[in-house]
Ligand binder design. Structure first.
Ligand SMILES: [Zn+2]
Length: 418
């Protein structure tokens, strides 16, 4: 079978030292070898050759997005004063007519353009479910579950969700996304955790995203709880019982939702105890700082996550709350926030670049992605950069990485070329 050789001035494998004038040999969609160009060229004299400029890196993993909402960019391009006002703008546009498959497909194309080869994609409307499959992207397509009370769930909730999950085209793998702790009742969250474990599918949950979510879970009070009461949605156990007395993370832990097969999005309103629980349970958090800023939320405590040793990933969220689907733009924002929050260690560039690659792969349970390693899938991205040393290259990618990749290669196949 033909070997293809991808050569670049700088190759960043992420789990091994950088290589100047390096190459990645690919065969049958897998990485055959990573090393100095001259060595690989000598070993594979008949290889088909690709000569790239810039940095050749593992394909980025966007660990939280809703490509379905790509057509809702006007909401993400406005500024909002908090979750409630954003939600109102979102809902108004969402309820209009959309071509969800077209929107999700545009989002998938934009993801490839930005250098992503895998996504944690949350699908809310079935029409959008095939976009990731059709674009040839890797990752997990999570079916979003929301709005169920324990009483409604008892009448066929499980079967309904099972049927919805079955309709997601694979590859990639299908997963379950219990939307959030305030949109699903207590028993439903517990049962979904059990169902995911039984089926061997992954879970992805929005958690600790807003201050109102926090008050809702702790005490059943605050604006969110008031809104639910006004809408007479008072069936939820947390509203009947004045909250759980726990943080969002503690509450999810009590329900059995936290395991290495689950990853969370946002993780803003967390304390040291919450972060310890996440580490102990092996739960990765996908940080989406530009989305948080558009909605008007506080920034995530990225410096604390890094200092305390949590595994983090990065997500763009959707265009309904973010200016673009460029993952490197969120990495740059995390860099700025880390410094502003007092993170001074010299490993910052390296750790944030790892978050956008290896961290994302861990979050999604992709054990053959996220690094340039022989035997793994040949998911690669090439970025145009000015730096000519590996140290400068990582710094440039992290602080001001290009929004558009030169090339994005998924399982050995060039899916995007500038
Ligand atoms: Zn989201």
């Amino acid at each position: 079978m033909t070997v293809e050789l991808h050569r670049a001035p700088i190759v960043l494998p992420v789990d091994a030292p950088a290589i100047v004038d390096g190459a990645v040999a690919v065969r049958a969609g897998r990485i055959l070898a990573v090393g100095p160009h001259d060595e690989l060229a000598a070993a594979h004299p008949d290889a088909a050759r690709h000569e790239w400029d810039g940095a050749l890196v593992p394909g980025l993993v966007n660990a939280h997005t809703h490509l379905q909402y790509t057509s809702m960019a006007e909401v993400g391009q406005a500024e909002h004063s908090g979750f409630e006002t954003w939600m109102h703008a979102f809902q108004e546009l969402y309820e209009q007519e959309h071509d969800w498959l077209g929107s999700a497909s545009t989002g998938a194309a934009l993801s490839l353009r930005g250098g992503a080869t895998a996504v944690a994609e949350i699908v809310t409307d079935p029409d959008a479910a095939s976009a990731v499959h059709e674009a040839g992207l890797h990752g997990v397509v999570y079916w979003e579950v929301m709005g169920w009370t324990d009483a409604a769930w008892a009448h066929g909730g499980r079967d309904t969700v099972l049927e919805q999950l079955r309709r997601i085209p694979s590859p990639p793998a299908a997963g379950l996304s219990p939307h959030a702790v305030y949109s699903l009742d207590t028993g439903v969250l517990r049962d979904l955790a059990g169902l995911a474990a039984e089926l061997g599918v992954r879970q992805h949950i929005h958690a600790a995203e807003s201050a109102w979510e926090d008050a809702y879970v702790r005490t059943g009070t605050g604006e969110l709880a008031d809104t639910w009461r006004q809408l007479e949605r008072t069936d939820f156990a947390l509203l009947r019982g004045n909250g759980s007395g726990r943080s969002v993370i503690g509450y999810l832990d009590d329900l059995g939702s936290l395991s290495p097969a689950t990853h969370l999005a946002h993780g803003i309103y967390v304390d040291a105890d919450d972060r310890r629980i996440l580490r102990e349970r092996g739960v990765v958090v996908a940080l989406c700082p530009r989305s948080n800023a558009v909605i008007g939320l506080d920034p995530p405590p990225v410096a604390d996550y890094l200092r305390e040793g949590n595994v983090i990933a990065v997500g763009t969220d959707s265009l309904s709350s973010s200016p673009s689907l460029s993952l490197l733009a969120d990495v740059a924002e995390l860099h700025r926030l880390s410094r502003a929050q007092g993170y001074r260690a010299a490993d910052l560039h390296e750790r944030l670049f790892a978050a956008a690659t290896r961290g994302g792969a861990v979050a999604l349970g992709l054990d053959d992605a996220g690094t340039l390693t022989a035997g793994r899938r040949a998911d690669l991205a090439v970025f145009p950069i000015a730096a000519r040393t590996p140290v400068d290259a990582v710094a440039e990618l992290v602080e001001s990485g290009p929004a558009v990749a030169t090339a994005t290669i998924v399982a050995g196949r060039v899916r995007w070329r500038a």
